[in-house]
Design a protein around this ligand. Sequence first.
Ligand SMILES: CC(C)(COP(=O)(O)OP(=O)(O)OC[C@H]1O[C@@H](n2cnc3c(N)ncnc32)[C@H](O)[C@@H]1OP(=O)(O)O)[C@@H](O)C(=O)NCCC(=O)NCCS
Length: 198
Amino acid sequence: MYPVGEFETARLWLRQPVEADIPSRVEIPRDAEENRMYGGDGTPKTFSPEEVRQRLTALTSQNSEVSRSWVLAAKIWPDGLAVSQPKGRYIGQITIFAIDPDHRNARLRMGIYDRRFWSQGYGREAVRRILQHAFDDLHLHRMALRVAAYNLRAIRSYESCGFVVEGRERESLWMDEHWWDDVIMGVLDSEFQQNGPV
Ligand SMILES: CC(C)(COP(=O)(O)OP(=O)(O)OC[C@H]1O[C@@H](n2cnc3c(N)ncnc32)[C@H](O)[C@@H]1OP(=O)(O)O)[C@@H](O)C(=O)NCCC(=O)NCCS
């Protein structure tokens, strides 16, 4: 058993993968915009069931002392209708990695691959729940992340969870014939607690 826990929020389960996650991912080819948010070139791609299975299996075979991942599974669609999958519809992933217990810090990454769920607060819901876990259960002091400066949706979402911009790695991404900065963001446990309950 991969001992990372499972969490529930108003509209999400943060859980380990189940078999029904495979068709949910296969149904949706790579989203060009999503891929560009990671610095990719947006080349079209579809996912085979075997490829998805391998990726999901890899989630559960990490060393949970240093890296913990959860599948984001929506319980309801943005319009409030229940999804058909009993364990929720797989829409993305969230990971805490580079966990350093001595200095009580870690890094965060996340992605929602299904654009129908973007800008509806699902990202904020997931990040806030994982920050609560990181600070209350894992007793971390600090969480950090890196985001492309052109990813305004992500930056806004992270800010709404308490992250602040701490610095920039200048001109580290080449996109659309321009150099773009990477933005470094961080949140401390005390700052997160000030934001109120999840
Ligand atoms: C980034 C991501 C996880 C955010 O999750 P989300 O559920 O879409 O975001 P939220 O709804 O929590 O917050 C988005 C905020 O950005 C705002 N927003 C959306 N587009 C925006 C834009 N172009 N400029 C500025 N703000 C924007 C929304 O209005 C919302 O703010 P509000 O709640 O104050 O109105 C998700 O969009 C995603 O996975 N995108 C594709 C991959 C990606 O970018 N991953 C992150 C890599 S660091």
